[in-house]
Write a protein of this length. Structure first.
Length: 135
């Protein structure tokens, strides 16, 4: 991997993902993908190189892995056996620490399914639960 220096002409960090499979037309193709890491946008290497004389400032070799967009779950009540609405024990500091551990397990688990962000939701509960759960 090359360094993450910025491009001298634009100040942007251009990341080239190489040796990866991209989803195209119901299948996979092996192509490099270029992302302006400053704006988060996928860019055309031809426009970047030939039009603006901008080269990648960082290269990431994905070793033949699939590179695809992440999913956003807009209503998630829990995951991996963890329910956002259930506070263990009496809601004490140690119980809330246990809640945090469960939340961490859920976060690690859902990433494996392709979900990169989510909106945690609570099923109907007593009002005390809402005050204690600070997601």
């Amino acid at each position: 991997m090359t360094s993450g220096r910025t491009n001298k002409s634009t100040g942007d960090v251009i990341t080239r993902f190489t040796n990866c499979l991209l989803v195209r037309n119901n299948g996979f193709v092996q192509l490099d993908l270029f992302v302006n890491s400053t704006t988060g946008r996928i860019i055309s290497p031809q426009d970047s190189f030939y039009g603006n004389n901008v080269r990648p400032t960082k290269t990431v070799n994905l070793g033949g892995r699939i590179l695809s967009p992440g999913f956003i779950d807009v209503q998630l009540n829990g995951a991996c056996g963890f329910d956002f609405s259930v506070i263990p024990g009496d809601g004490s500091e140690s119980a809330m620490a246990e809640y945090g551990k469960g939340l961490a397990i859920a976060n690690k688990g859902i990433v494996k399914t392709g979900v990169t962000s989510y909106l945690p939701t609570l099923i109907t509960q007593r009002k005390e639960v809402y005050a204690k759960v600070n997601l």
